[in-house]
Design a protein around this ligand. Sequence first.
Ligand SMILES: [Zn+2]
Length: 437
Amino acid sequence: MSTTPQSPPPKTLTLTSSTLFLNACNSLSDLSPQNPLPHSFNLLSRHSPLPPIPPNFPQSNLIPKTLFVVDAFRSSGDFSVSYLLSHFHADHYAGLGPNWSRGMIFCSAITARLLVESLKVSPLFVSPLPLNQTVQIDGCEVTLVDANHCPRCRPVPVQGERYVHSGDFRFCDSMKTDPAIVDFVGADGVFLDTTYCNPKFVFPSQDESMRYIVETVERIRDEKEGLGKSVLFLVATYVVGKERILVEIARQCNCLVYVDGRKMEILRALGFGDCGVFTEDASASNVHVIGWNLLGETWPYFRPNFVKMKEIMAERGYSKAVGFVPTGWMYETKRDGFSVRTKDSCEIHLVPYSEHSSYDELREYVKFLRPKRVIPTVGLDVGKLDSKHAVAMQKHFSGLVDEMAIKHEFLMGFHQMTLETDEKDGGLVLMLVQMRK
Ligand SMILES: [Zn+2]
């Protein structure tokens, strides 16, 4: 027996979706009585059960044996009032807007702020969760961990069984030592961001790509300044994401980065307001952030828009323009990594900078977690786990998942079924159920 005094267990935040949801609906009808409330509100108010989850509901968006729906607001319904949002990218929050009242949205504080400020979702239905801290929701333990993708989170619900939902993510070595993630080695399932789940997807690390941009800026700046030319550097970005590139350019090239008022608003919401990197004064810097498609279309292959680029250069009073387009993966960047397009006094550098994991990184992540199964979340028809495409993707991880555990689980389930149907031995069944936990 240990004689060390036991410190009380740390208090865990405990939340119940249905209670939060009923409160939110009640407040909403106080504020705007004309707003119709969803049927799930009527059912829960009468303590009636919610309807079952429809059989065709995409399995890649549902945590097994729970009512947690992840990144699938378009498929929402009266069957659940517990929704998880992994991060603020349009393909994940699609279906959310000012009229959302279907259920509670659990997400990181940053994502919560963007939902309310940018999408005008009613704050009544948004429930921000802390990062790296386990929270009890509906009897499941949920932990959000940074996924190195964009200012975002990764929900990890648990209930006897343990699941890692990776949202969109870029694997990096530090994840292997993150205690919250290490806890999930041998999980029952990993929902995997399979955007680049094919051996043809090979791209440099984010650090290599960063170095390329910084070195290019410094080299051109030194060359052209000697010739008395004024150079404008343009960095194309989405609404949210790739902020790290901008911060590193500012830090390593010792300059400010110009953004317009709209981008500044987003950056403030993301917590970059006071970092001393961004300015809304165009004359204070020759590194300017511009909208994603202004330097050219990127899909299905890159087509530069030198006309637009020249226009921007002339408008802002420069004699040379150098653009950077940080792309995920493109055929152009495959052969020699970084490719450059030039016309007159304009040049565009295509920089492979992915916020999704490469094929090798996906395999390394799965090998490290050694889960019982991989559940692909990106790709054709992945909602059905037995679809041709999903099965083909899972094959990339055979040998890395714990196949023995699945066989063992299957035999245990079989054994349990026999006991339940033949002997009705309650005691034994209970023991087996505990063992399975
Ligand atoms: Zn994303």
